[in-house]
Write a protein that binds this ligand. Sequence first.
Ligand code: ATP
Ligand code: MG
Length: 429
Amino acid sequence: MENKTSLIAAQDVTKTFPLPGGGEQTVLENVSLTIAEGEVVALLGRSGSGKSTLLRILAGLIMPSRGEVKRRNMTLRGPNPDVAMVFQSFALLPWLTVQQNAELGLIARGIRKEQAADQALHALAMVGLEGFQVAYPKELSGGMRQRVGFARAFVMKPDVLMMDEPFSALDVLTAENLRGEISDLWQKGTFPAKSILVVTHNIEEAVLLADRIVVLGANPGTIRGEMRVDMPRRRDKNAPRFKALVDHIYTVMTNPDAHVGELPATPARRFAMLPHARAGGISGLLEILHERGGGEDLPRLASDLRLEIDDLLPTVDAAALLGFAKIDQGSVTITSSGENFAMADVHRSHEIFKEQLLREVPIAGTTLRVLEQKKNAKIGKDFLLDILDEHFSNSEAERQFQTLVDWGRYAHVFEYDADEERPYLADPE
Ligand SMILES: Nc1ncnc2c1ncn2[C@@H]1O[C@H](COP(=O)(O)OP(=O)(O)OP(=O)(O)O)[C@@H](O)[C@H]1O
Ligand SMILES: [Mg+2]
């Protein structure tokens, strides 16, 4: 993100307001924040930390007391034409219809009536309000009113869509729906803005929506730090990484002195390399270990199996990675999971393999979750290769993929269509 074009930047912005009894209150102090093209930034802070004030300054609705706002490379001196805003309170004009409300900004821009109408209808369709153009705000539910709020901002095709707690006036379910729809629109790549800045005091909302979360401290408002959300969309609130991020941010927000920084990339093992061993080979190894009383010296095992020790090691490593065996000073011993596996009938042994695979190999779990979320229950090889490519060379990523497919099929986590090169779910729910 750092190298992307900066759309809006606050540079050392300080804002003070006069106090009624004289003197002044510093609401923001030396705040610098850049919104780059293509990113979703969440501004997270407690009530009174100056989030709305910062948003208004970036939108050019109020002026900073010190410092400046740059719009691309120009100093901003009035309302920022690159910004459209969605407010918590919807802020619709009650005497205008849904369509007229949606057209407001375009008319103010001098766009011809028919053209404005076309664009408003298009935006209303994007937010699921086809057929409601002649309704008045009072006839709509809160969720639908906020959809109008989004349509009104969408028609402007702004560089930056700013949202000030856009879901917090809605009931939980409505908020969840609308949040999901906005997130999906963004992900599809057809979003009518280049970037999003969303203000919230809801940590989950920030982690769901943002690429980057900026935490504001209060009294006066300063930027305490920021963190990236390194999870693919649509994000699963139950994923361990999601929960870890929420917990981390919660801790930071409840400890004014805590350092705000990146959450350590949880499992360094997340992309631990899968040893290139076939599941059938792992199974065979465990049976032998079981028959030999649970352990064996590696050189002896290799020679008994007429293998070079180097050829045996990947299988032993794989058994260890899956929690079925332990390697210690040249010998290998079976674990209790390994014993269970070796003694189970065929059906049960595949189940045990599946449990260990999902527990110990995160990319197997990722694959399964993605498959479960896809309507056609299939994913292309490229999707997984893209993930693996981040961590391995191209040829290694390909081998990792083959190994993952072999293990996943053995465990009945998914099936594999070799012609289409696609993992798929045999019986999607
Ligand atoms: N126009 C104003 N005149 C005087 N004080 C103001 C003005 N606008 C905001 N403030 C004060 O600035 C502080 C920050 O307000 P702001 O609305 O930016 O906070 P916020 O983080 O958006 O809070 P919330 O989560 O409650 O919306 C508050 O103490 C508020 O009273
Ligand atoms: Mg506010």
